[in-house]
Design a protein around this ligand. Structure first.
Ligand code: NAD
Ligand code: ZN
Length: 357
């Protein structure tokens, strides 16, 4: 048995208002007049947060269009633009949801690695460290702030650049930044964390490391989405730590059925990660009975609409493509169903599940 020796985030600052320390945090990382690049979720265009960014010298703020989840072409174009404009940069700071944080990680890596980001979709293909990278979440749930991957849609697959060079050097966890996110978005991204916990805790890869983080994250999600009747600051505080702990839990285990199936949806239909996981989770009683029951309760209590019928009218060819993408996620299936997963999750069974969504 070979144990995973995983690389973690370098520095963590947590607290309401900790964003105000960013200037001080960045100062020692500045290399001569090479700029810091702030990649900011386009949601913040015209919002007060933009004026709080500690821009100095040649620093540049770029608004990230995250209408669609990040693509390798988008990463390559951004890295090329920055190399042409500045040669080198002191660092990349991603401020936004999982999509913006993933973009920042990937662009940071591609500043120093040759070729296209698509060449590095997979495990441990990145050989050269990227530039200094900072992650600042404005939505809580994905765990992208702690993970060693950056999920990208490429020419042939949706797969992360998983490597020891991928985690951020610094993260700034300021729950004030997630206040006022729309209730639906907050729920979908929050449920990503809830589902990470269920998949990790119910998986065959479970160990005490994952369990201790997973149980804590699950408990925080339950406080926020089951126990609380109205949203307040403590919900933002708790969900930010749930996301962190949920990410730590899957770092030493793996996600499961909801993610494996949702990846197929997102590849073919462009369904976003959070909502896609919810659409799938709604139909997974067979695999996660207690989790799905509670999930449905949270949907109802928080008055969220989960789309249905999204696979209606798809062709055989389209179903096959989704199944290929999904069944390609071998570690996820193995974690969920054990070493004999291929005997359990046959193509017929998976097709029937997709048809229900
Ligand atoms: P997101 O980043 O895709 O953003 C969703 C929407 O919310 C966007 O329209 C965005 O502009 C908006 N938004 C962001 N912050 C906001 C705020 N404070 N208030 C209002 N609106 C705001 O959503 P997400 O769920 O955080 O991230 C999903 C992405 O994360 C996917 O691309 C997925 O692949 C990725 N992901 C990565 C990992 C990882 O480990 N790297 C893990 C899970 C998911
Ligand atoms: Zn997820």
């Amino acid at each position: 048995m070979k144990f995973r020796n995983f690389k973690m985030v370098g520095y963590v600052v947590y607290g309401r208002g900790s964003f105000n320390q960013l200037d001080e945090i960045l100062a020692p990382q500045r290399k001569g007049d090479a700029p810091m690049i702030f990649l900011v979720d386009h949601f913040f265009e015209g919002k007060p947060l933009l004026n709080r960014i500690p821009v100095r010298g040649k620093d540049k703020v770029i608004l990230a269009d995250v209408t669609y989840e990040p693509k390798t072409t988008q990463v390559d174009a951004l890295a090329k633009q920055l190399k042409e404009e500045f040669g080198t940069v002191s660092g990349i700071i991603g401020i936004g949801g999982g999509s913006t944080m993933d973009l920042a990680k990937a662009v940071g890596l591609m500043m120093n690695n040759p070729g296209s980001s698509a060449d590095y979709q997979g495990w441990d293909l990145v050989k050269v460290p990227g530039v200094y990278k900072v992650g600042i979440p404005t939505l809580s749930g994905t765990g992208a702030e702690v993970s060693r991957t950056t999920v990208l849609t490429g020419p042939t697959r949706k797969l992360g650049m998983n490597s020891d060079f991928t985690p951020f050097d610094q993260i700034v966890l300021d729950p004030e930044l997630t206040a006022n996110a729309p209730a639906n978005q907050r729920f979908y991204t929050g449920m990503d964390c809830y589902i990470h916990c269920i998949e990790s805790l119910e998986g065959t890869y479970l160990n005490e490391f994952s369990k201790s983080y997973g149980e804590k994250a699950l408990q925080l999600c339950q406080k926020v989405f089951v126990e609380k009747d109205t949203w307040d600051d403590t919900c933002d505080d708790m969900l930010m730590m749930a996301s962190y702990a949920g990410g730590m839990s899957i770092a030493y285990s793996q996600v499961g059925v909801a993610h494996a199936v949702s990846y197929g949806l997102s590849y073919l239909l462009g369904t976003k990660h959070g909502i896609g996981n919810c659409i799938v989770m709604n139909h997974l009683e067979e695999y996660y009975p207690a989790g799905v029951k509670e999930f449905k309760y949270m949907v109802e209590k928080n008055q969220i609409e989960i789309p249905t019928g999204i696979c209606k009218g798809l062709s055989d060819e389209q179903f096959n493509k989704m199944m290929d993408v999904s069944l390609g996620m071998k570690p996820l299936w193995e974690n969920a169903l054990g070493a004999d997963w291929e005997k359990i999750m046959t193509r017929d069974k998976l097709r029937a599940l997709y048809e229900k969504l």
